[in-house]
Design a protein around this ligand. Sequence first.
Ligand code: MN
Length: 511
Amino acid sequence: MQSEKDKLVIFDTTLRDGEQSPGASMSKEEKVRIAKLLERMGVDVIEAGFAIASPGDFAAVQAVAQTVKDSTVCSLARAVKGDILRASEALRHARAPRIHTFIATSPIHMQYKLQMEPEAVLQQAVEAVKLARQFTDDVEFSLEDGSRSEPQFMYRIIEAVINAGAGTINIPDTVGYGEPSGYGAIFKRVIEKVPNAERAIFSTHCHNDLGLAVANSLSAVMHGARQVECTINGLGERAGNCALEEIVMAVRTRQDLYPVETGIDTTHIVPTSRLVTAVTGFAVQPNKAIVGANAFAHESGIHQDGILKHRETYEIMRAEAVGWGQNRLVLGKHSGRAAVKERYQTLGVEFSDPDAFNRVFQLFKELADKKHEIFDEDLHSLISGATKSVELYQLHDLEIRSKSGTNPQAQLRLLVDGELQSATAEGSGPVDAAFKAIELIVDSHFELQVYSVNAVTEGTDAQGTVTVRLEKEGRLANGIGADTDILVSSVKAYLDALNSLAGIDHNRSGI
Ligand code: MN
């Protein structure tokens, strides 16, 4: 049956804008794992990175382009030749490549950041689009800080870049200043005033500084936008981007209202959210819409009574529809290599060589000795521990002495670049003592900004996942560690953050 609704293109930028969250760096392997789940979920366009930003970004875009077949793979590029060439090179093996080029169009950005006259900006945008079109038919153009740009100038530049071959026009709310009625009105006016507007798809890209990213995106959709740029868990710069799970479920739940539908298989939402949490260490708050632990938990007696009598009394969506309660197939200490490998395949993880799988299987066996049932979330946390590319510091062993009324003491040994070093320290608590002992060896002088513990799954034998964020002179790194012993998790997380600081370069910007 032919649907009368328009298709809403879902453009996921978890791997690009999401990764610009301070401390959310992902390795190439992690990006490929997330990209595979996005592909399986039915995401139309995956923005895999900003190819020119760093060699790591380039390699990640290239790896995603080589792996993903069913989704378009996109790289960001400023409207300059070097960026576009680099993006096209990274996308060379993509089945469906898109180059996403941008330039700022607001008076404040043109005057102070670019120091360019509007005419020169327009010319540069047109040339960038034409150049990008030499490599692919699928070119997106973004007007950076579009929501604060002069309407007349916007109409002219949009008309010109469509004539130059841009098929998607993105008008981002880069700084999160927009509100629903005004942001939606921009799309309405642009589509009315730009003479060749029917030849392009208009796109939203909203930031959540005022908590309005999803509302603004929906308003734009009501006024003609047919692509939404979004991220899993709303990850992204500052307060984050429009959350994929929220926009997709809003459109789906309110089919009475929105004139669009998406191609997303929503049952993959929760597993993908879990993977992004495991990889970045950014835990989802319990009351977060759709993917928060409490999103479908009904506490009050009146609500519970209503739900039991007739589900729809209080529930507007089914938890199962977004993937809660699925994939709970349990593995245990008697599960063999084949079962574990197969489960990983279902999760979208393939092992490049037998050694990689052997390492993970060894960790699986160690965990299964300590923990009765192993869930998908445990498998994700195991692989995160086994695939870190840089491992300068590793925990060898840890001993904590803790007695009420006295200061706990931690004695630990680390492998530092393969060499065993030991230290003993006291602290106000066992975690504090362990971190002080690490610092005696490493002497990093990073400041601990965030320390949080989350249970990966339920039960007292659950693995505790610890997230730490370290900061020194504006450099930030998140670390994540999982173990059934939260003191071990804590040490692993601290070392993980130090390891990623040892191996990342930070040279980013974007819309
Ligand atoms: Mn952005």
